[in-house]
Design a binder for this molecule. Structure first.
Ligand SMILES: [Zn+2]
Length: 192
């Protein structure tokens, strides 16, 4: 898997761990999730995003863009972040897309705001599309935080035990994509 190899390569670089620690990710995720739980495992990710001035819209991406999962831009007119997600995706994938774009806002929001027009500042396909080192790091960080928001640490550990570490089982429990469950397992070193 190309994306996995890129993530592994970056993760082994000396500065990587310093830039965003898993414990820091958990701290941010705990704050984001406050007042947003639905039941024991799942959270209302749209409600969480709304707390941070993000407006979510489902868009029918077509043609070359049909595999785009989501994008985010800052509109100086209404001073809101606008997150567009792919209307054709499944519910779990949409949830991850919202969490991923929200994570860009939280981690890189100042940079997003410095763009004067409504320029698209994140446009997500597979991580394999990203070429610049800084962009890849941003993607990895957004993915780490997104999966931490959707899969809280304590509940994740409970689910990990009860499903015997099944990616599919964990994804079902939290109503997230397998991709999100996989990243969370990787961040918490469950594959080591
Ligand atoms: Zn991204």
């Amino acid at each position: 898997m190309v994306a996995r190899n890129i993530q592994k390569k970056i993760a082994s670089e000396p500065n990587y761990q310093l830039s965003l620690l898993p414990s820091q990710v958990d701290t941010i995720a705990d704050i984001v999730r406050r007042d947003c739980y639905i039941g024991d495992f799942s959270i209302d990710i749209v409600k969480a995003a709304n707390k941070y001035d993000c407006i979510i819209q489902e868009v029918a991406f077509n043609g070359e863009d049909r595999d785009v999962s989501g994008m985010v831009y800052f509109d100086p007119k209404d001073t809101k972040f606008h997150i567009d997600i792919n209307a054709n995706d499944t519910e779990p994938r949409k949830r991850f897309a919202v969490a991923h774009e929200l994570s860009h806002v939280l981690l890189h929001g100042d940079k997003l705001k410095s763009v004067t027009s409504n320029a698209i500042v994140d446009y997500d396909r597979s991580i394999a599309y990203f070429k610049k080192h800084d962009d890849i790091i941003k993607e990895i960080h957004a993915n780490m935080l997104a999966s931490a928001i959707l899969l809280p640490r304590a509940q994740f550990e409970t689910a990990y035990e009860s499903t015997k570490g099944s990616v599919d089982g964990i994804a079902d429990l939290f109503n997230v994509s397998k991709h999100a469950a996989f990243i969370r397992m990787e961040t918490l070193n469950k594959f080591d």
